[in-house]
Design a protein around this ligand. Sequence first.
Ligand code: GRF
Length: 192
Amino acid sequence: MLRLAILSSGGGSNFQALIDASRQKKLGCFQPVLLVADRPCYALERAHEAQIEAELLDRREWKKTLSEELNSLLKSKNIDAVALAGWLSILSGSVLEEWKGRMVNIHPSLLPRHGGEGMWGMHVHKKVLESGDQESGCTVHHVVAKVDGGAILGQAKIKVCPDDTPERLAQRVLVQEHRLYPLILSQWSETL
Ligand code: GRF
């Protein structure tokens, strides 16, 4: 099995979807073995419940050395691949080089539309509605220095409803994220 680390800053529903997929033997060669959070968040609770090791690298404490500290942690735990799932800290430097091709993210829009700095959470869904897009969805992509700029591994599309609010759109996209991420990670794990 390949040792998978998940990075989260929030509720961790994508992390939970990966835990559930793994339990159902639907995560391919990946075994979720580590949760890393950059702030106290509910994802840490989910890790505890699932008896998965969890580390809090508080961004307020590590500041500019967060990326380096994360790199050291991942190597010390013999991690094979990394899945960002609602991770909000921008990564930089050697961690991106050393994990190039082994680090992916899920973003709640159809990249390249509505990605980049500042495009996270409700900001994304508000932008989709303001832009008058007829469809939205989510994207799994490689993590590179350019935020949300890496090669795309897969996407799931949904129709935008005329009376959509950002909250309702977010909910429908999240359902697709929970389906897409395990599927793409499972396929990706066979290529590593
Ligand atoms: C999801 O919308 C994901 O696309 C984005 O952040 C959110 C994470 O939600 N990266 P959760 O913490 O997995 O519930």
